[in-house]
Design a protein around this ligand. Structure first.
Ligand code: 5AD
Ligand code: FES
Length: 346
């Protein structure tokens, strides 16, 4: 039995019942004990460090039609943009000047960015920044494509599985998308040698506690190096525009459970957490997160990367976010770390 103990709480992470109890409990003292346990585990592996990743949202064109997402292809109200290679490199240069050692290149599934263009982009960033970590987050592609990006110099790949339950997956996505393909992408990425990030939304429509348990089980099997967890937040021009947002405390409990299950994971305190509560990201750190991803996208395009409503930090310059986050981190007793922050031990 693998048990994670603290003075106040123990969670048997092998037991479905124990995990379901932690997922469903409303008792504040239980949540507090869970967060304390998660902090302790995180501290054992990473100390007080919080790693910075510079996020560049380089296209909001998307050929997919996920029901929850504001940049889905059917959203005719989304004003589309695509950064040029030069604009993306300028974001990297600005990020480098601010001390970032990781660039996260994120976008919708934009067919304009063919494999050839992504390879060209990664090659250019790699050429100019030989020591930096390059993370891609551009959705599902073939194994061959992933290999080409890896050989061009990409090191990490973020692809949330969104929900590990087939039935639930089918309620969040149109029929042409499948959980099996998503999972295959994640396994391919891992095999190729990427540090891989999976993850899911908390409180998405039709989600049940059992689905969250499946998410934990899937993560345990996949053993990703990174896990992105954030609350679902409605975007008014999507089919889910009228559904309520995911709850803060449940999101934090899921984050803490992932920390207990995957002690060495790199877990961001997400922008979505900061959007549902003014100190959501700080609370995320207090529940076991150890990464932040401030935005390096040009200010003019930020508000257009609107996956959900009321997204924070859309009016700020890269430098403002960099220093704002540093202050927030220090106030909670953590240490901003600008190093690459690779996954340790794996
Ligand atoms: N609310 C919260 N998160 C969302 N994402 C997409 N749409 C929403 C939304 N409405 C998340 C998905 C995706 C990541 C880039 O953003 O989990 O993988
Ligand atoms: Fe963007 Fe605080 S992190 S303004």
């Amino acid at each position: 039995m693998q048990e994670v103990l603290t003075a106040e709480a123990s969670v048997d992470i092998d037991s479905d019942d124990a995990l379901l109890h932690s997922i469903t409990t409303e008792a504040p003292h239980e949540a507090a004990a869970l967060f304390a346990a998660a902090r302790k585990v995180r501290e054992r592996h990473y100390g007080k460090d919080v790693y910075f990743r510079g996020l560049i949202e380089f296209t909001n064109y998307c050929k997919n039609d996920c029901y929850y997402c504001g940049i889905r292809r059917s959203n005719g109200k989304a004003e589309r943009y695509r950064l040029s290679l030069k604009e993306i490199l300028d974001c990297c240069r600005a990020g480098d000047a601010l001390g970032y050692k990781t660039f996260v290149l994120q976008g919708g599934e934009d067919p304009w960015f063919t494999d050839k263009r992504i390879v060209e982009l990664v090659t250019a960033v790699r050429g100019e920044f030989p020591e930096h970590a390059i993370t891609l987050s551009i959705g599902e592609r073939s194994r061959k494509s992933y290999e080409a990006f890896f050989h061009a110099g990409a090191n990490r790949y973020l692809l949330r599985h969104e929900t590990a339950c087939e039935e639930h997956y089918a309620k969040l996505h149109p029929p042409e998308m499948s959980l099996a393909e998503r999972k295959q992408c994640l396994y391919d990425l891992k095999e190729i040698g990427y540090q891989v990030g999976a993850g899911f939304m908390v409180g998405s429509p039709f989600q049940k506690p059992e689905h969250l348990l499946e998410d934990l089980r899937f993560l345990r099997e996949l053993q990703p190096q990174m896990v992105g967890i954030g609350p679902f937040i409605p975007q008014k021009d999507t089919p889910f525009g009228a559904y309520p947002a995911g709850a803060l405390n449940l999101t934090l409990r899921m984050l803490a459970l992932v920390r207990l299950l995957l002690p060495q994971a790199l877990i961001p305190a997400t922008t979505a957490l900061g959007t549902i509560s003014p100190d959501g990201r700080e609370q995320g750190l207090m529940a076991g997160a150890n990464v932040v991803m401030p935005n390096l996208s040009p200010r003019e395009t930020r508000k257009l990367y609107a996956l959900y409503d009321n997204k924070i930090c859309t009016g700020d310059e890269a430098a403002e976010c960099r220093y704002c986050m540093e202050g927030r981190i220090r106030r909670f007793g953590f240490t901003p770390a600008m190093c690459r922050g690779d996954a340790s031990g794996r």
